[in-house]
Design a protein. Structure first.
Length: 363
């Protein structure tokens, strides 16, 4: 195998795949990535056996072939080269020669045949999604995924498709985030799959503000196809909790506030939070909300935020991080909160999204 490639193009390909490569892989081959020459360029593939990423970059192919290369070492070498054009070719005994104008490196690879094959998705239903829409939906839900590995079912986002209704759902048991949109093309079958958070993070890194991607579902696997880039992932097996039963009916007691102003007030109050005293106090009146924080041996703060509200006055506490996560990902200038009591969850409903968060005891 022999090819020439622009250094910046090669680095772009490495950046696409390298997050799934582990330096402490149980199998040596998993610390490598696979390169294969194709008609349309060079395909680069990496996997940790749970998630695989593959992309194609434009190169000048001089000889066909394939090999696997130690990812971290190769990446470090390429980034340190001063030449804008790099030539790479393979020699005997899986030796890989990396050449610039004035310097060369030789590193030892492993045979391409030893690299795990990614699953194939033939004759499966393909669902077309707009990248910008999926990106927005993931921003509205991914922060609510649980980090508690003992509750593995909650370590991902539920993708739910029913005809032309497409929903993403995430929860950590203390908050619930739902985003819903309409598909351009209805699905012929109902789909419920849980995508692991690591896959979600890679997906979010690759999503753009325009164009489409194909979602293809196989047995225990899912494929996100961006044409030049593919992300293949295992699905979390199990039944996602029945989240519908915890969504309260819509309330007339809505608190209307400027989203940015409210978020900044909560963020300032959170500066005095400690692990033992996390809750921010919110006193709700007809025309204002008093956001305050009092922490023993630290200090206290108080700030008034103008609101519109017609319900009964109340005092309630929330984890400030949970409120900020939601507020910073909403595009609307005005936010509407439904609160029915100091021990009842707060509910934020917007255009195509619902966010529910449990209150915290003030102490």
């Amino acid at each position: 195998m022999k090819f020439k490639v622009e250094k910046d193009v090669l680095i772009q390909g490495l950046d696409t795949i390298q997050n799934v490569i582990s330096a402490k892989a149980t199998l040596p081959i998993l610390s490598n990535f696979l390169i294969e020459t194709q008609k349309d360029g060079l395909r680069m593939t990496a996997t940790d056996l749970n998630i695989g990423i593959s992309c194609v970059i434009p190169v000048e192919i001089l000889e066909q072939g394939s090999i696997t290369i130690p990812a971290r070492r190769f990446s470090n070498i390429i980034r340190e080269l001063s030449d804008p054009l790099v030539q790479i070719n393979t020699k005997k005994n899986h030796m890989v020669l990396i050449e610039g104008k004035t310097c060369e490196f030789k590193i030892i690879g492993l045979p391409a045949e030893e690299f795990p094959k990614l699953p194939e998705f033939k004759d499966k239903e393909v669902i077309q999604l707009e990248q910008s829409v999926l990106k927005q939906m993931l921003n509205l839900t991914s922060f609510a995924v649980s980090a508690d590995e003992s509750r593995y079912i909650l370590n991902g986002i539920l993708f739910k498709i029913n005809q032309n209704n497409f929903s993403l759902v995430a929860t950590d048991g203390k908050r619930l985030a739902i985003a819903t949109r309409k598909l351009k093309q209805p699905s012929t079958k109902e789909i419920r799959i849980i995508i692991p958070i690591k896959t979600i993070q890679e997906l979010m890194r690759n999503l753009k503000d325009e164009g489409e991607l194909s979602l293809v579902i196989g047995p225990n696997q899912v494929l996100f196809d961006f044409q030049d880039t593919m992300i293949i992932s295992r699905i979390i097996e199990g039944e996602f909790p029945d989240y519908q039963q915890v969504i309260p009916p819509a309330s007339e007691n809505k608190i209307k506030a400027d989203r940015e102003q409210l978020m900044l007030a909560i963020r300032r109050a959170a500066l005095l939070a400690t692990p033992d005293y996390q809750a921010v106090k919110m006193e709700i009146f007809k025309d204002k909300m008093v956001v305050s924080k009092s922490t023993p041996d630290v200090g206290e703060s108080r700030e008034e935020v103008p609101i519109q509200y017609s319900g009964k006055e109340m005092v309630i506490g929330f984890n400030p991080a949970y409120l900020i996560d939601a507020l910073k990902n909403i595009s609307a200038e005005t936010t509407e909160w439904e609160m029915t009591g100091s021990e009842k969850p707060g509910v934020m409903r917007g255009d195509g999204h619902v966010y529910i968060v449990l209150p915290m005891r003030l102490g």
